[in-house]
Design a protein around this ligand. Structure first.
Ligand code: RNT
Ligand code: ZN
Length: 420
């Protein structure tokens, strides 16, 4: 039997096994394929961007490691993204930041507009993917004492308000050009290292700045804003202006999306428990799927319990439609292209694991107070042949099965990355 025939054979067995408990694997695979995952471009170049590449990273985000082959130009970054996407089954988007503009002219962050992202739109069309946006509010001299949109100084605020407004034009351009909504995600690093006296003032200023940025109306078919809060960052341990609660309320009151980054909470907090508490009130969610190891360390996402809880919540509560799933991690100790592939494949695998559950049966058991059945089924399902379904999915998507992608990556490392 050829390898391909074996994969199909194993899938047929698995399909039967799942059918016995009421799971239609064909329907699952369709749903899995159409669930878009938004890959963050910044894993490829350690969040340097092209606008001011020598600039030190600020804003409490740090990248450790110096694996060779970091992308230094737009060509290198898109070459690497193309390689990663070629190894990933399913539909995708790519998340950009203002600093990834591709322009010949020397421009400051607040001058960058849609015309500087034509390169990326062309790339997205070629790859048949969507684009998401993030205005950059860090790694720039105008981040004064860790403040941007909530700075006490009007000219500092005005600079960043302009960056925010420009990002909406760019995101709108993505939506128009690619015919699919672009999520424009706002995160600012503002905060204090030590205990502040005034906690209200900066938050009021942040609201005013955001409101000013959001004044212009754009068609939500093209773009929608998301706001991302955080518990703390390095250098702003005592007070984060844009806390999680702050943005939860901002998103609800302004009818925007709320971004939940898996690394932005106390390490023992169950991020997945927040979706169903928020969604009955809010328009929708953006996720930054990440892996915090003891803190907001942004490790590469793996198929772990925390990721599975996220996937299970979205599938069991049927809220995938209202959720935009993006990735957010950065690790420079390993091959950066491999890390995209590991994190994105792990996320899609977790979704598959969740979709292969007989959710209706489990809900019924729960409603009948049959907690024994609920426990028995969920435990037994852990050893069901999800891997056979995953391999078949990769095969039908014309993407490498199992470890085959690693061979490709090793080859790419040798001929491309190590020659940079
Ligand atoms: C930082 C936030 C933010 C960034 C990216 C680069 O804590 O998670 O999303 O990681 O904008
Ligand atoms: Zn994030």
């Amino acid at each position: 039997m050829t390898n391909e025939a074996k994969i199909i054979e194993r899938y047929k067995d698995a399909k039967e096994q799942y059918a016995e408990i009421g799971v239609d694997t064909e329907a699952v695979l369709k749903k899995l394929e159409s669930t878009k995952l938004s890959i963050h471009c910044w894993q490829g170049d350690d969040i340097h961007g092209f606008i001011n590449p020598g600039q030190k990273l600020t804003g409490g985000i740090g990248v450790s490691g110096n694996f060779p082959g970091v992308a230094r130009t737009a060509e290198e970054l898109t070459e690497d993204l193309h390689e990663a996407i070629s190894l990933l089954p399913g539909k995708h988007k790519v998340q950009l930041h203002t600093i990834y503009a591709v322009t010949d002219k020397k421009k400051d962050l607040d001058e960058i507009g849609p015309e500087d992202f034509k390169y990326w739109v062309d790339f997205a069309k070629k790859e048949k993917i969507g684009l998401d946006m993030n205005p950059t509010f860090f790694s720039h001299p105008k981040v004064k004492h860790n403040f941007t949109l909530s700075s006490p100084e009007k000219d500092i605020r005005d600079f960043w308000i302009k960056v925010g407004k420009q990002s909406r034009e760019i995101s709108n351009y993505f939506g128009e050009a690619l015919g699919q909504q672009s999520v424009n995600n706002f995160w600012v690093p503002d905060g204090y290292k030590d205990n502040p006296i005034d906690k209200q003032g900066p938050r009021e200023r942040l609201i005013k700045s955001l409101d000013e940025i959001m004044e212009e109306k754009f068609d939500e078919k093209n773009t929608i804003e998301a706001v991302e809060g955080k518990l703390f960052g390095t250098g702003i341990e005592s007070y984060t202006v844009g806390s999680n609660l702050f943005y939860n309320n901002y998103a609800i009151s302004r009818d925007k999306l709320w971004t939940i980054d898996a690394g932005h909470w106390h390490p023992t907090e169950d991020v997945s428990d927040k979706f169903s508490s928020y969604l009955p009130f809010g328009k929708g969610l953006m996720l930054h799927v990440s892996r915090p190891v003891r803190w907001d360390s942004d490790h590469v996402v793996i198929f772990d319990e925390a990721l599975l809880r996220i996937a299970h919540s979205l599938v069991r509560d049927n809220t995938l439609e209202k959720t935009n799933i993006g990735l957010d991690f950065f690790d420079a100790t390993i091959n950066r292209v491999a890390s995209w592939v590991v994190g994105t494949r792990a996320t899609r695998k977790a979704l598959l694991q969740a979709m292969l559950e007989p959710v209706a049966v489990l809900k019924e058991a729960e409603l009948n107070y049959d907690f024994t059945k609920r426990l028995v089924l969920t435990e037994e399902l852990k050893a069901y042949p999800m891997g056979a379904v995953w391999d078949y999915f990769c095969l039908t998507q014309d993407k490498p099965v199992g470890l085959d992608w690693y061979k490709e990556i090793k080859h790419y490392e040798k001929v491309v990355l190590l020659n940079r």
